[in-house]
Design a protein around this ligand. Structure first.
Ligand code: ADP
Ligand code: MG
Length: 573
């Protein structure tokens, strides 16, 4: 029988704070967590880690993005016998991508355990090296069920030393039709083992598996109760993890805020984002668990009195922070649960003021957004990334607001100086005004072309992003995957020239759209088109140099995704 331990979290209380160091984890694992920058366990981690450490079978149910990987990886790594060079842990994941993500996470949590090795087993790659890694004594195997069954059909004894079995994203595995493969794998496993199952949902089929293959499992569920949210205007923006800093920079240009608190998950992210904002001239500070209490108080005081306008914090570090000036809460990283979302956004809209809450959502976090909307009973409106035009308008508006009181101000004027300068420089008042404008706006573009040029093609990467990106399949051949954004420009193919369009991912463009349009309207064959690079605010396509003018003429009026393609020859200099 399963024992139900349903957990609901109180909002607004700073109830007992769990610390990773109180969960009985191995010191090497604790050291790795510190290095990764996690400050406190997420709710599913707090509940699961002690159970797994105590040797229980368990079922963990929590939404995507709540930290389930660490919930099983940390205790299991703490309990393996690193001195034995044999397979001890098997994690099953539904897809190659997820298997690689989990394998990467295990590797980072085992960074201080040099004798622990991790192997990922998935289809579409040669079996030989995978088998060799297992034979060489990798202790952790992360596998997709299909490929593992292939291995088992050749070598039935492969799993005979495994002591820990994890079914990760179990609902996804069943949706993908792995039920039969799972049975084969269960039969190839020793009976004497600990089995844990993690899933976002628990349909009957999964309960069935649990009843048959888990022993007296403990049931941990992170449930969400309905939340009441103050009248706070909420908006979200879909972005890829590696575009977060860029998105933050652009949104800050157009959001009218007094003071803002931005929430991220790791210490490193507080530092990275604060540094990126500081470089743009914002008065910003990072707040994380490493910052000493007196320094923390200084930061909060500065935010209160306006010496700082932005604080980038982890949830832990922001605890108890109550500054009435805060008009904006920016959820740069997704919170672990709706309760913490509500708690975070409650920092704004204080004292009857209007508040605004922004949320960045990466593609895999979509479901968490839906849960937040359901639990709070409110829609979180979708917004898009402001384009250069909107940014320019916002800059001009700010400059106007800045100058308006000075123009009206009768006191602080110096007509003598004006006369002196126009005489000395032998220029008109208008010339002088233009020169002074250029001076005050230095470092910021005030023309459309200038703002467009400013848009970073390669936004600085935060460490957190790296973790997510690194866990994507390294050999991903996907044409429109975000990882393409990072590649250095390669040498041009023979006889090809690079052409540019101002359409990019923010216009919803993928490589196949561009390819389709150019093939159809340009009357080319596929091999006439070289590499396609889709960036955020533009794209590059390699086209044949011969007949280029004619081709561009044909494509003159071509539209992609409803927008004018306007392809031009692109010269890098
Ligand atoms: P799930 O499997 O529940 O979908 P993941 O295990 O993939 O979630 O974790 C989602 C993200 O949260 C990852 O980027 C992970 O590094 C991060 N994360 C997990 N636990 C913590 C923590 N305690 N502190 C900070 N970040 C965390
Ligand atoms: Mg997961």
């Amino acid at each position: 029988m399963t024992q139900e331990i349903s957990t609901t979290l109180d909002v607004g209380t700073t109830a007992e704070m769990t610390n990773f160091s109180t969960l009985g984890l191995h010191p090497s694992v604790l050291a790795a967590i510190t290095a990764v920058g996690y400050e406190e366990p997420s709710p599913i981690q707090t509940k699961s880690i002690p159970l797994i450490m105590a040797g229980h079978d368990m079922i963990g149910q929590a939404q995507t993005g709540t930290g389930k990987t660490a919930a099983f990886a940390l205790p299991i790594l703490s309990r393996i016998d690193a001195s034995r060079r044999e397979a001890q842990v098997l994690v099953l994941a539904p897809t190659r991508e997820l298997a690689l993500q989990v394998a990467t996470a295990f590797e980072s949590f085992a960074a201080q355990m040099p004798s622990v090795n991790v192997v990922a087993i998935y289809g579409g790659a040669p079996m030989g090296p995978q088998l060799k890694a297992i034979r060489n004594g990798a202790q952790v195997i992360v596998a997709t069920p299909g490929r593992l069954v292939d291995h088992l059909s050749r070598n039935g004894g492969l799993l005979s030393t495994v002591k820990f079995l994890v079914l990760d994203e179990a609902d996804e595995m069943l949706k993908l039709g792995f039920m039969d493969d799972l049975e084969v794998i269960f039969n190839a496993m020793p009976d004497e083992r600990q089995t844990v199952l993690f899933s976002a949902t628990l349909p009957a089929s999964i309960r069935g598996i649990a009843e048959k293959h888990l022993r007296n499992p403990q049931h941990v569920k992170i449930a969400s109760k309905t939340q009441t949210v103050a009248r706070i205007e909420q908006a979200h923006l879909m972005v890829h993890a590696d575009q977060k800093i860029n998105a933050v920079l652009r949104l800050l240009e157009v959001e009218d805020f007094d003071a803002m608190i931005g929430f991220v998950r790791t210490k490193q992210a507080t530092l990275d984002i604060a540094a990126a904002l500081e470089a743009k001239g914002y008065k910003v500070a990072a707040l994380n668990g490493d910052i000493a209490q007196n320094q923390r108080e200084r930061v909060i005081d500065s935010l209160k009195d306006g010496r700082l306008n932005i604080v980038i914090a982890t949830d832990v570090a922001a605890r108890g922070l109550d500054v009435p000036r805060i008009t904006h809460v920016f959820n740069i990283d997704m919170p672990y649960d709706p309760e913490s979302y509500v708690h975070r956004i409650g920092r704004t809209g204080r004292a009857g003021r209007d508040g605004r809450a922004l949320l960045l959502v990466t593609p895999r976090e979509r479901r968490m957004l839906q849960v937040i909307e359901r639990v709070t009973g409110q829609k979180v409106a979708e917004i898009s990334l402001p384009d250069a035009k909107v940014i320019l308008q916002a800059r001009i508006r700010r400059l106007t607001q800045d100058l308006a009181p000075r123009v009206k101000d009768k006191e602080n004027k110096n007509p003598e100086l004006l006369a002196h300068l126009t005489t000395e420089l032998n220029c008109s008042v208008e010339d002088l005004a233009l020169a002074l404008l250029a001076k005050t706006t230095e470092g910021q573009a005030f023309t459309l072309a200038g703002v467009e040029r400013e848009q970073p093609v390669l936004a600085p990467r935060s460490r957190d992003d790296r973790a997510e990106r690194g866990s994507r399949p390294a050999r991903d051949g996907g044409r429109d995957s975000g990882s393409r954004e990072r590649r250095e420009p390669l040498a041009l193919s023979e006889g090809k020239v690079r052409c540019r369009t101002a359409l990019g991912t923010r216009d919803g463009i993928a490589a196949r759209n561009l390819l389709g349009a150019i093939l159809n309207e340009g009357g080319l064959t596929r091999d006439a088109i070289g590499r396609i690079q889709i960036r955020e605010s533009f794209s590059l396509v390699e086209l044949p140099e011969e007949g280029l003018e004619r081709l561009l003429g044909k494509l003159k009026d071509t539209r992609v995704g409803g927008k004018a393609l306007k392809l031009r020859r692109y010269r890098e200099d």
